[in-house]
Design a protein around this ligand. Structure first.
Ligand code: NDP
Length: 246
């Protein structure tokens, strides 16, 4: 930005994959970025260095999204460290896949804690802090729109909850000029879902474009929704899936 205070963001799960690409993309567009991670400290610090290379402030917070106390603390901590909070990207997510009989109650608790409860609690904390122009973008999955095959009962169930959150929250925060949207990616080449992994061929074939997406192709959409130009887009799902649902 040329004048005034820079916009600021918190990206959960920003050390690798889609979250890392989003953090870097936002920084490139002039946003100061806080990110969370749990395990890969070196990767988190590398992303922070990347953010700083764009001349923006970057911080990494070790925060497990499964911890209901830590999630709102990360939101307020990011706002304090960066002076304000304009953008929340709910990206951290885990996938436990397999036939329904193999998925345990502990799997259900873990997936719902990270993919659903953490998003709710982060939105709750952010809603209390954000000013006019605020942006909340969550990362769901195209699998909750079109399953295409077995194995994703728990994962898709958890991500479907984000559609239920997004619409009423957009209604609630709309009068304050804050938008809330859900990005639904198809297969994207990351550690979670490598384009050369054992399940890659079927996913690639299920897209109209016959390929995986890149993290940058999701990050650019998130950055658009987080930007000023997307001020009239709220309460909706935006799909970036290579035609997976076509
Ligand atoms: P990756 O596994 O490549 O990266 C996950 C990131 O989230 C890492 O930075 C990881 O940090 C962090 N993370 C994981 N668990 C937690 C946690 N409990 N608390 C905080 N941070 C955590 O995943 P992707 O980039 O592929 O996925 C990002 C999001 O996009 C997820 O919500 C996923 O469900 C969704 N998605 C992915 C698709 C794909 O094909 N890749 C398709 C559709 C949706 P750490 O370094 O500590 O492990």
């Amino acid at each position: 930005t040329i004048t005034g205070t820079a916009r600021t963001a918190l990206v959960t799960g920003g050390s690798r994959g889609i979250g890392a690409a989003t953090a870097l993309r936002l920084a490139r567009e002039g946003v100061d970025v806080a990110l969370t991670y749990v395990q890969d400290e070196a990767a988190a610090h590398e992303v922070v260095a990347g953010i700083r290379s764009y001349g923006r402030r970057g911080i990494a917070l070790r925060v497990d999204s499964a911890d209901p106390e830590a999630v709102p603390a990360a939101v307020t901590g990011a706002a304090q460290a960066l002076g304000r909070l304009d953008i929340l990207v709910n990206n951290a997510g885990i996938g436990v896949l397999g036939p329904i009989g193999t998925l345990t109650p502990a799997d259900v608790d873990r997936v719902l804690a990270v993919n659903v409860r953490a998003v709710f609690l982060a939105c709750r904390a952010a809603a209390g802090l954000m000013e006019r122009g605020g942006r909340i973008v969550s990362i769901g999955t195209a699998l909750s729109r079109h399953a295409g095959g077995p194995g994703s009962t728990l994962y898709a169930m958890s991500k479907s909850a984000l559609a239920g959150l997004t619409k009423p929250l957009a209604r609630e925060l709309g009068p304050r000029g804050i938008t809330v949207n859900l990005v639904q990616p198809g297969p994207v080449d990351t550690d979670l879902n490598p384009a050369d992994g054992p399940f890659a061929a079927g996913q690639r074939a299920a897209t109209a474009l016959d390929r995986f997406g890149t993290t940058d192709e999701v990050a650019s959409l998130v950055a658009y929704l987080a930007g000023e130009e997307a001020a009239y887009i709220t309460g909706t799902e935006v799909v970036v899936d290579g035609g997976h649902a076509a």
